[in-house]
Design a protein around this ligand. Structure first.
Ligand code: SAH
Length: 256
């Protein structure tokens, strides 16, 4: 099996290099351990539909690394603007089995990652993975983004909010932007079909006083499916009406 060869995760090493990232042996060991946990639990709990070790390396680990260069960069900018020595805080909304949050915590040990997941079984898996991997900079909150986004402990607290495969862009604007500090960025991990969604997000962006700052296409990285990262910047404190109650952002996206 590829995962048991001398060099762990050859596909991740290769792809990370193409992304301009260099991972330490310790980070690779943690990613390898995570891949094994995912492979093992995927079978038992049907946590994800991606089950072969090669698929896990590419579609989960490598894919979750695609936003790393931008988080690093945004975090630096945001810190300069606010001149603080506090750790950069990232929130991953709808983490499922911990993606991309656990991978981000491994790749960026200086940032603090909060993973928000509604389902208790998945949140328990994330919690276990955090302790098995010995991640000091990650924690999981079991709950709904709508509730977490209204909790003063979490509202307007994060530099970066990210989500992969959770909801359409207008819904993500409502779920993620309230969690951000003013000047923070939301990153939606999307595929190339997302251009229409971005166009449909105008009203939501307006309601949450935020703008699409940048759309990044990540192409030609190993066998990774092309990624589109939609980067949204928050301009002012969020209207207290948002996020609306659980389920509403999903069923009735703003403006649609
Ligand atoms: N981000 C992961 C999981 C995607 S599946 C990945 O890319 O592999 C979507 C996950 O989001 C599910 O686990 C679901 O329970 C969670 N989810 C959906 N809506 C949510 C909400 N409003 N708050 C918190 N979690 C949510």
């Amino acid at each position: 099996m590829a995962g048991q060869s001398a060099t762990p995760l050859p596909l991740v090493v290769h792809g990370a290099r193409a992304l301009g990232l260099s991972l330490t042996d310790g980070q690779l060991r943690q990613l390898d351990e995570l891949a094994r946990l995912l492979a093992e639990r995927a079978k038992r709990f049907s946590l994800t539909s991606i089950r072969t070790f090669d698929d896990i390396q590419v579609a989960h680990l490598l894919d979750s690394l695609t936003p790393v260069p931008y988080i690093d960069h945004l975090a630096e900018n945001d810190q300069n603007e606010s001149r603080t020595d506090e750790a950069i805080r990232v929130v991953d909304v709808g983490s499922g089995a911990g993606l991309p949050g656990l991978v981000l915590a491994i790749a960026l040990p200086a940032i603090e990652v909060t993973l928000v997941e509604a389902t208790s079984k998945k949140a328990a898996f994330i919690d276990e993975a955090i302790s098995v991997l010995g991640l000091q900079n990650a924690r999981v909150i079991q709950g709904r983004a709508e509730d977490v986004g209204r909790d003063p402990q979490f509202r307007e607290r994060f530099n970066v909010a990210i989500a992969r495969a959770v909801a359409s862009s207008p819904t993500l604007v409502e779920l993620l932007v309230p969690l951000l500090r003013v000047g923070g960025r939301a990153i939606f991990m999307k595929t190339e079909q997302a251009a229409d969604e971005v166009r449909a997000s105008g009203r939501a962006l307006e309601a949450l006083d935020s703008v699409v700052e940048r759309v990044v296409e990540v192409r030609g990285i190993a066998s990774l499916r092309n990624r589109m990262l939609i980067i949204v910047k928050k301009r002012s404190n969020s209207d207290g009406r948002y996020p609306r109650r659980v389920g509403v952002p999903h069923h009735h996206p703003i403006g649609l």
